[in-house]
Ligand binder design. Structure first.
Ligand code: PAN
Ligand code: ZN
Length: 194
């Protein structure tokens, strides 16, 4: 950059679909085939084509991962849908440096941000356009789409957070977000496991 020059930022949010445009942007598409294990109803998952996109993430990583003091930015789009009566959702994770926090904010659609602390207490925050969410230290987080349209959520997290997916892959969250009588309800996992 030249002194006194006014330039455009290399990355911007597309106002039509909220995806990130520019460079460098990392794009991730998570299909049902690779996520089937996270849903309770394994049989229900086989009834949906495995190539069905469940969510996409566009991320701008302006610095190398693990750089202390930097920030990453992403927009996640969770598609509408259910496996059995469980809403389409993200894998969910603790951060690998588990004290690293994160902001989420609702941009489009409706859903629930599912949060779980280290004592395995799980609760949710409603996500809607304009909702703002501070995900504190040592809190696992997962997004679920409870609406009929795409749920789009912005996120900003420290560049030295990392992602610990393993713990959730093994132990899950202690509650699942399912539709009961047309409404989203967090149901303790032990009560719905066979
Ligand atoms: C988000 C998430 C994104 C996808 O950017 O990574 O919503 O969810 P999973 O990573 O759980 O698949 C974030 O929380 N970053 O830290
Ligand atoms: Zn995170």
């Amino acid at each position: 950059m030249n002194p006194l020059e006014i330039v455009k930022s290399p990355v911007e949010i597309d106002p039509d679909n909220f995806e990130l445009k520019g460079s460098p942007v990392v794009f991730l598409n998570r299909t049902l085939g690779e996520l089937a294990d996270i849903f309770l109803d394994k049989n229900g998952a086989t009834l949906i084509p495995s190539a069905t996109p469940v969510y996409t993430v566009h991320s701008w990583l302006p610095v190398r991962e693990w750089t202390p003091g930097g920030l990453f930015f992403g927009t996640s789009t969770i598609m509408p849908g259910k496996v059995g009566n469980e809403y389409f959702m993200t894998k969910g994770h603790f951060h690998e440096l588990a004290d690293r926090s994160e902001f989420y904010w609702g941009i489009q659609g409706k859903g629930v941000l599912i949060l779980m602390d280290r004592d395995r207490n799980t609760w949710g925050e409603e996500v809607y356009p304009g909702s703002l969410h501070y995900i504190g230290s040592e809190i696992a987080h997962r997004l679920a789409n409870t609406g009929d349209d795409n749920l789009v959520v912005g996120a900003c997290w420290p560049s030295d957070s990392g992602h610990n997916y393993e713990e959730i892959a093994i132990n899950g969250f202690s509650a699942r977000l399912v539709e009961i009588d047309g409404k989203p309800v967090l149901v303790p996992q032990k009560n719905i496991l066979n």
